[in-house]
Design a protein around this ligand. Sequence first.
Ligand code: FES
Length: 235
Amino acid sequence: MSLLTLWVAYATVRAFMQKWYWVDDYHYLTPFYSPCVSTGCVPESAEFGRFLPNWPIIPFAAVTLPFLLLFRLTCYYYRRAYYRSFWASPPACAVPDGHKSYSGETRFPLIFQNAHRYFFYAAILISIINTWDAIVAFHGKGGGFGFGLGNLVLLGNVVMLWAYTLSCHSCRHIVGGRLKHFSKHPVRYRAWGFVSKLNAKHMQLAWITLGTLMLTDAYVMAVSAGWISDLRFFH
Ligand code: FES
């Protein structure tokens, strides 16, 4: 859990930092600032317009960050992790619940966890935006096509984000749930088989994507701040 706490602290500091989120030469945008929609964003980084006021208390990507947070907060795997560590419900297998009565997720506030499937839809949209960011980042110094280590970092992050999002339990249900006869729905059956394989790795993907998100952000920050130069393979 200390890792999760550390990650949340890092992400919070970065989300409110409002600098070192964009590499102008190569059009790298950190996922923590995507889409950059504040009037404070560098114009070239704002692929989807700039309409949020530029106030220190509003992150530049305030239209997506709450949904990403809620998607992870209501995720079945993270629920298991923080119910045990923070909620003590139950603290571990065969250890009595820390609370006097148990109402599961049937009452406020935990009934809100049922909204997870809606945050899944938001996460799909955000993954599309992150994919777009990774595509437009194939940008050379001064224009045209370019390709560097930053592109590999952004691409790797997007691939892992898709894997995590598609491995979601809600996704598995949306793709293959409520079907009586798989034989009558061959396409959904194949998709369900694919998603089920990813689903078996959901816990690992949950942790891996925390790592890739942090690494991608740290890389973009380091290049943007001038601490390191991007390793260029072309242009
Ligand atoms: Fe983890 Fe949906 S169950 S993201």
